[in-house]
Unconditional design. Structure first.
Length: 122
């Protein structure tokens, strides 16, 4: 499986190597990662202690994003993430999860090639 860290792509040997890549931060707080085996693909974008995940299934239909489990979160509140080309992207807080949950979901995808229940998807 390959990981893309911002604009750089690496072949992963094991979970230890994946975890090493996940420590990289741009401007000390931002991370942008893609995991892929051709298809499906999963992205993990990080802003400090927050994460946003985006899933593209094999058929590219039914793409999903992480969903914030807190019912009081507003669709209008935005959080900035740097995406893979270092472009700043504002994402609704309703799609943002904890960094811990995001990393658990990303590692699950690495191990099993599918999304799990570490985060809510929608």
């Amino acid at each position: 499986m390959k990981i893309q860290v911002f604009e750089n792509e690496y072949e992963l040997k094991d979970e230890v190597e994946l975890r090493q890549h996940l420590r990289y931060r741009y401007k000390e707080v931002y991370g942008a990662f893609w995991l892929c085996r051709e298809e499906p693909e999963l992205s993990l974008f990080i802003n400090d202690d927050k994460a946003w995940l985006y899933y593209i299934p094999s058929n590219s239909e039914g793409m999903m994003s992480s969903v914030n489990p807190e019912p009081s979160v507003s669709e209008e509140d935005k959080i900035d993430f740097y995406i893979e080309n270092y472009q700043l992207d504002s994402v609704s807080e309703s799609s943002v999860v904890s960094l811990e949950s995001g990393i658990r979901a990303f590692i699950h995808f690495y191990k099993y090639g599918e999304i799990g229940d570490q985060v809510v998807w929608g």
